[in-house]
Each structure stands twice: as structure tokens, then as C-alpha cells.
Design a protein around this ligand. Structure first.
Ligand SMILES: [Zn+2]
Length: 343
């Protein structure tokens, strides 16, 4: 049987598959689009959204609004324009999905990762995998220096940070984005014997997580009158209550893959940056490509050109979707080099 032609991919105004008439995480409103997960940089107010049921629940909770959803369970099939569509857990946040597409005439296939992580977390569905001829992947941490420590090490360091702060009479503050990272931090605190207070922006999504079976420690809303002795979990931009009188102030930790960079502490203006990410690190990304075993790789986000060049050295046909493989970062809305918009 001859090798099928790859599934065509267009990149003007976002990633679009003309054969299946399908937009993938477009920034601009469309009649019909796949939304890989509920982070703001992957969502727009499309008329009809194809996504996992948990992502639909999170979009409703985060953004409200009336729209149509086609909720596809992981592993369940959907036909569209002569293509079979299936969602695969992406391991990035609760509900996050990769989309796998097979052209029915000749079996050509494509996997789009959205944001993804290959190590299981505490607050997302365990990541899956499906082979494809074309792989479109995010490469936020696509440089060799981004190798993340085991999550259990980060958890132990976090509990130590909190206990030491409390012992010194300070209030530990753990900062994570209100959707995804903050819930992962909370899940990490389970069983740690700490009193936890949670910002409203984080708390409002917890019912969706609980319905999905994620377990959290006992917690209360943040009450400015009684934060002494508590661990606060908050989004980075939220206003902190005044430090309790007579206390040693706050000790603040951020959670981000950029914590690998020694300067991250200064950039985030906090005492500690724990390298806890909801993305694949460099080594996991390489292994992922080998496992998908594609004939062609297209990279997007972060170090897209660098990671594509790296893959070419390893014998893959690989290109950045920005088409800037000879240049540094472009500014066309795909690249997020060095800046974490939402994790
Ligand atoms: Zn994301």
C-alpha cells in the first residue's frame, strides 16, 4: 500500500485542518473549534466547541455564556468530513485533551497535543498516547536545560517550605494559576497535616474537580482576620491580606517550570520558585516524539524553532509552525518564548 499524503495543516490565523474543516485551539471566534483545555490562551467564544466533558464543565465554570458543546469522552469516536476523531488525555490539566484524526480514505493520521504533560499528576487524567504520521506538539520547555525533578521531590520541598515558614512565625503563601496549577498544589498538600486556606478564584473550580474524583485536603476560604498558622493557596495576581500583627510576615513560593532558571526567584519576586510544571519537560518531549513515531513533526509555543532543529538533528522531519526556523522568536501569537501566559 503506498504511503498516504500527510493531512494538510494551515496556519494562517491559527491551526486549521481544511480536510476535516477543523480549527485547533484558535484564538479567534469560530463557528466550530476544538478546544484542548480551559486555559484562557486556548479558548475563545466559539459557537460550537468540541472538547472533553471535563473541559466543557470548566469552560462553563470559568467563562459562562451560552454555546453548544460536543462533549467527546476519551477514546470515543466521532466522524467529521470523512475523518475519524478521537480525544486522548493530555495530562496537562483536568479535562485537557489531545486530538487524534484519521482520514478514512487512506488512513493518514494526525495528533495535536495542545498543552501536554507525560508524567501523571494529582489533578489531571493520566496522560495517554496514540501514534500518528503527523504530530503537532507544544514545545514550551523545548530546551535541554528544562529537566524537571520528580513531583514527589517538589511535594516534599513544598511541605518543608510551609513547615519552616510556620515554625518561624510567618505565613506561607503558595502561588499557582487559578485553574490547574493551584488545584495541583492543593492536591499535593493532602495528607500534609497543614491548615489550608484557599482564594475564591481557586475554590470556585473545585466542585468540577471533585465531581471528577480529585481529592483535596480540608480547606477554608481565606479570612483576613485569621490567616496566622494557615497555608494560603492563591493565584499570583491576587491581592494578599495584611500580614497578621506580630507575625514574621509572608514567605511566598511560586510554582512554575521556569523555576529551573536561577533568575526565576527575582523575576517572580518571591522567596522560592518550585519547578512544578503542567507541561512536558525537554526529556519527556523527546520520548513522546519517539513514542508517537511520526513522519513529520510541527512545533508550536515556547522554544518551537529550537526543538524542531533538535529533532531534525535526530533524523525527524520537523518544523516550527511559525516558520521561523532560522530566526529567534516571532511575534505572531503562536510563540510564548520565555513568558508563561497561563501554564
Ligand atoms: Zn494550558
Amino acid at each position: 500500500m503506498p504511503t498516504p499524503q500527510p493531512i494538510p495543516v494551515e496556519t494562517a490565523g491559527g491551526i486549521y485542518l481544511p480536510g476535516a474543516d477543523l480549527w485547533l485551539d484558535p484564538h479567534r471566534k469560530q463557528d466550530f473549534a476544538f478546544v484542548s483545555h480551559a486555559h484562557a490562551d486556548h479558548f475563545a467564544r466559539h459557537a460550537t466547541i468540541l472538547c472533553s466533558p471535563n473541559t466543557a464543565a470548566l469552560i462553563r465554570a470559568r467563562y459562562g455564556g451560552a454555546r453548544e458543546y460536543i462533549e467527546l469522552d476519551f477514546g470515543e469516536g466521532l466522524e467529521r468530513e470523512g475523518h475519524r476523531i478521537e480525544l486522548v488525555p493530555a495530562g496537562h490539566t483536568l479535562g485537557s485533551a489531545m486530538i487524534h484524526i484519521t482520514r478514512q480514505t487512506d488512513g493518514a493520521s494526525l495528533l495535536y497535543t495542545g498543552d501536554f504533560k507525560t508524567r501523571p499528576g494529582l489533578s489531571a487524567e493520566p496522560p495517554g498516547l496514540k501514534g500518528a504520521d503527523t504530530l503537532i506538539m507544544e514545545t514550551t520547555f523545548g530546551l535541554p536545560k528544562y529537566i524537571f525533578p520528580p513531583a514527589e521531590e517538589v511535594r516534599a520541598a513544598t511541605l518543608r517550605f510551609c513547615r519552616e515558614a510556620l515554625a518561624a512565625g510567618a505565613v506561607p503563601v503558595l502561588l499557582g494559576y487559578s485553574f490547574g496549577k493551584a488545584q495541583e498544589i492543593m492536591a499535593m498538600l493532602a495528607g500534609g497535616g497543614l491548615e489550608v486556606s484557599v482564594h475564591d478564584k481557586v475554590a470556585e473550580l473545585l466542585p468540577v474537580y471533585r465531581a471528577a474524583g480529585v481529592e483535596f485536603p480540608e480547606h477554608r476560604p481565606i479570612d483576613p482576620a485569621s490567616i496566622a498558622g494557615k497555608v494560603l493557596v492563591m493565584p499570583p495576581g491576587a491581592r494578599r491580606p495584611p500580614a497578621p500583627e506580630g507575625s514574621a510576615g509572608f514567605r511566598v513560593a511560586m510554582f512554575s517550570g521556569w523555576g529551573i532558571d536561577p533568575s526565576a526567584r527575582y523575576r517572580y519576586r518571591c522567596d522560592e520558585v518550585f519547578p512544578l510544571s503542567d507541561h512536558a519537560d525537554y526529556r519527556d518531549s523527546l520520548r513522546f516524539v519517539d513514542d508517537v513515531s511520526p513522519r513529520r513533526v510541527l512545533t508550536t509555543h515556547g522554544y518551537a524553532a529550537e526543538f524542531a532543529a533538535d529533532l531534525r538533528h535526530r533524523g525527524y522531519e520537523a518544523w516550527s509552525l511559525r516558520g521561523d526556523d532560522q530566526l529567534e522568536f516571532g511575534g505572531d501569537g503562536f510563540g510564548r518564548g520565555g513568558v508563561e501566559i497561563e501554564p
